[in-house]
Ligand binder design. Structure first.
Ligand code: 4NP
Length: 152
C-alpha cells in the first residue's frame, strides 16, 4: 500500500488490510510505504490513527518508511493510492522487472477507474472518514478477488 508520505492514507490501508487478513485467516503479508522520505520514522497522522481506532484497528505502532526496489521484488501486488504516487513508483522502479505488479489501488474497487484516494493531509478531521471508508471497501474487494479460500 503506497502513498506519498506513508503518514495518512497507506497506514490506514495497511491497518485495514491487516485486520481483514486476521478476520479471514489469510496467509498474506501487507505493508505500507511512501514514495517520499519526509515523514520516515513517524507514526501515522493522529486522525488516521483515530479513524482506525474508532473501528477497532490500532495503527499506532506503525512507522513511516520509504518504498524501495526490494519492496517491488518482495510483494506480489504494489498498490498506488493515487495517480501522482503511481507516477512516482514508475520513476523509482523504472529499471525493475517487477513493474507489472504495480496498479492503482482503486482499480480493485472499480476496474479501469484509475482513481485516486483523496489526500486528507491538508484537510480537517472530517476528511479522514471518507478516506477510511473508501480504503475499507477497496480492501474488502481485494480480499474477495484474491482469497483462494473463498469463504468470505
Ligand atoms: P499521505 O499524505 O501521502 O496520505 O501520507 C501526505 C502526507 C504528507 C504530505 C503530503 C501527503 N506532505 O506534503 O508532507
Amino acid at each position: 500500500m503506497v502513498c506519498l508520505g506513508n503518514i495518512c492514507r497507506s497506514p490506514i490501508a495497511e491497518g485495514v488490510m491487516r485486520h481483514k487478513i486476521e478476520q479471514y485467516q489469510l496467509s498474506w503479508n501487507v505493508d505500507s510505504a511512501g514514495t517520499e522520505s519526509m515523514h520516515v520514522g513517524q507514526a501515522p497522522h493522529q486522525y488516521s490513527q483515530k479513524v482506525c481506532k474508532v473501528k477497532g484497528i490500532d495503527i499506532s505502532t506503525q512507522k513511516a518508511r520509504q518504498i524501495s526496489l526490494e519492496d517491488l521484488e518482495k510483494y506480489d501486488k504494489i498498490y498506488a493510492m493515487a495517480d501522482d504516487v503511481f507516477d512516482d513508483i514508475l520513476r523509482i522502479g523504472k529499471d525493475s522487472p517487477h513493474m507489472k505488479k504495480v496498479d492503482y489501488f482503486l482499480n480493485e474497487l472499480k476496474s479501469g477507474s484509475y482513481g485516486s484516494v483523496p489526500d486528507p493531509w491538508y484537510g480537517d478531521e472530517e476528511a479522514f472518514l471518507p478516506v477510511y471508508e473508501m480504503i475499507d471497501e477497496t480492501c474488502e474487494a481485494i480480499v474477495k478477488k484474491y482469497n483462494k479460500k473463498k469463504h468470505v
